[in-house]
Ligand binder design. Structure first.
Ligand SMILES: Nc1ncnc2c1ncn2[C@@H]1O[C@H](COP(=O)(O)OP(=O)(O)O)[C@@H](O)[C@H]1O
Ligand SMILES: Cc1cn([C@H]2C[C@H](O)[C@@H](COP(=O)(O)O)O2)c(=O)[nH]c1=O
Ligand SMILES: [Zn+2]
Length: 194
């Protein structure tokens, strides 16, 4: 369980990254932390990449259908325009943001804001996805969450693509992906080669 660091003295900002496979609870955890910030009386704003139209245009939605209003953006320089009174910023589907998101979230932290970033750690190939490596490097707090392997019930670490597309970006959920442990993911890829 992630508990918010205690503020003391001059407010300083920081970066939190929540990552894992699909269905691992990234969006649920992001929503949980943002709701707690609101309960604490902090002003929160949520953003997501404009490309993410899976569930809706202007909200982040978990696979459990919990949701928060979110502003879709195509350029993360937009984050630098948030009003001063916004002290907590949430980003979902961070894998789809452009590389400059790393620079922009660090500027926000420098301005004393808490930035909570959720996104896939790996793509369907098992490769780091988008800016995640750099975001993990510069974050103060990192949380890796796990799904349950659809094949064996162990902890899942990988997102296995069920369709034949080789495009890195293919929006979808259970019709196109399933969570798998490292072993079942590797087995699936071996069987595909036969
Ligand atoms: N294989 C799975 N393992 C764990 N949770 C799953 C799985 N398949 C569906 N779920 C559901 O997905 C929810 C997590 O949704 P969400 O937070 O949107 O995940 P993520 O953002 O990581 O894709 C879980 O609470 C659970 O109800
Ligand atoms: C593995 C993988 C996923 N995607 C897409 C599929 C979904 O639309 C999102 C991830 O959603 P979630 O909140 O983590 O469930 O990303 C993709 O485009 N490419 C991939 O390799
Ligand atoms: Zn497995």
């Amino acid at each position: 369980m992630f508990l918010e660091p205690h503020f003391s003295g001059q407010r300083s900002g920081w970066l939190e990254v929540i990552c894992g496979s699909m269905f691992s609870g990234k969006t649920e955890e992001l929503i949980r932390r943002l709701k707690r910030a609101k309960i604490a009386g902090q002003h929160v704003e949520v953003f997501k990449p404009k490309i993410d139209t899976r569930y809706g245009e202007s909200e982040v939605v978990s696979h459990d259908k919990n949701s928060l209003l979110a502003t879709p953006i195509s350029d993360t320089s937009r984050l630098l325009n948030v009003p001063d009174e916004i002290t907590v910023i949430g980003l979902d589907e961070a894998q789809f943001f452009e590389p400059d998101v790393v620079k922009h979230v660090q500027i926000l932290a420098q301005r004393g804001k808490r930035v909570i970033i959720a996104g896939l750690d790996m793509d369907f190939r098992g490769e780091p996805f988008g800016p995640i490596c750099q975001l993990l490097a510069v974050a103060e707090y990192i949380t890796k969450v796990h799904a349950i392997c659809s094949h064996c019930g162990n902890l899942a670490t990988h997102s296995y693509r069920l369709t034949t597309s080789q495009d890195t970006v293919v929006l979808g959920e259970k019709e196109s992906y399933e969570a798998r442990c490292r072993k079942c993911y590797a087995m699936g890829n071996i069987l595909e080669l036969k």
